[in-house]
Design a protein around this ligand. Sequence first.
Ligand code: UD1
Ligand code: MG
Length: 449
Amino acid sequence: MTDIAIIVLAAGKGTRMKSDLPKVLHRAAGRSLLGHVLHAARELEPREAVVVVGPDMEAVSREAQWVFPDARKAVQVERLGTGHAVSMARDALQDFSGTVLILYGDVPLVATESLRKLAGLVGAGMALLGFEAANPHGYGRLVQDASGHVVKIREELDASPAERAIRLCNSGIMAIDSALLWSLLPKLGNANAKGEYYLTDLVELAAAAGAACRLATCAEQEVAGVNDRIQLAAIESALQQTYRRRHMLNGATLVAPETVFFSADTVIGQDVVIEPNVVFGPGVEIGGGVEILAFSHIEGARVAVGARIGPYARLRPGADIGEEVHIGNFVEVKKAAIGKGAKANHLTYIGDARVGARTNVGAGTITCNYDGFEKHLTDIGENVFVGSNTAFVAPVSVGDGASIAAGSVITRNVPPDALAMTRAELELREGWAKRYRDMKAARKAERNK
Ligand code: UD1
Ligand code: MG
């Protein structure tokens, strides 16, 4: 197979996003728009990846390196058009020969299969990804010859009325032989309505050089771009529909799928039941048979087989929930490993901790992990009984089989099988409450006479 290099255009500022963040770093389903594009392309195992960014967009190339550690950036200082943007990548690709796949950083739904199809059509020429637009306004129109090859792309502003009537449009995504690309790019001019160097003019130049431009097509929704936050929400919605279907087809029950939100990388095992209103942030892995009850929020966490989470549970990054563990309502777990069969059923914070197997954590237990400057570890052994309303002042450890009396503040290590209890002595005054009530009632009656 021919080698592939990708160029992702991402120099646009994204003015309509009204944001300090470069447009392609906005997220949908927990992944940046750029990340979605790069993940789709990654399946084709490209040898090189270049991201064309504007000045001061260091964060964009760093984001690309999450997916392609060797990704290179090319800076386009002045935004002189899509053709000019691609020419910025030339130095980075000077040793590459093969197929160059050109993608837009703000077109995140594009499917790997469409890219594969496109790359397969290039040969010694080029290929475009086109679509039938419901409303072609604003898109470049594809003009074909009798054999179906594309002979030119006409941008909306430069199009004749007859060309504007064409509904077959340019997605902007194209694949082209590298030698052809670099030989044609310097020939692009900017004598057009926008005064830009149009990448789309490559099609006519290629035809003049005797190279065919083939056409692959996809659904319009797949090449939807993001220009504002309304379109960003539409992308989010489309992704969620895809993920909900995928997880259900893989054997998860979603009681109310439209209320469950996944991240692009969420992994869900078989026979998992997910109740309504559950949100999965990035980095979650759920084992088989797990139940996730309503209104739980889970991010950066791993949940092992047969555990039960929620309702109203919060698992934060580094939560590692063991098999058959129960994490109940209003329990928050962060950076903590909870051993097999342990339970924390109510109103608890477990952070920077280890909780051993079968340990029972009573209601209202708090690991006081932060001293105002640093985080400290709470290490609780196996088969420990933690009474309600215990505060563990970390760093502190509790040995296997120990018991902690309700209401204790644990500031020293507790040995195995010991009882730890901090408790002021209880004082009982027989009849006091009745005497107090009677006295108050009598005074009130006196005043109201
Ligand atoms: C482009 C296509 C049009 C296609 C449409 C699909 C051209 C001339 N036209 O038009 O045929 O139907 O996309 O949405 O290519 N960019 C840069 N640097 C630049 C200019 C653009 O990085 O100097 C990036 C943008 O950030 C964006 C992409 O290229 O991701 C497309 O640019 P945009 O200005 O939106 O092109 P359109 O006019 O929409
Ligand atoms: Mg556009």
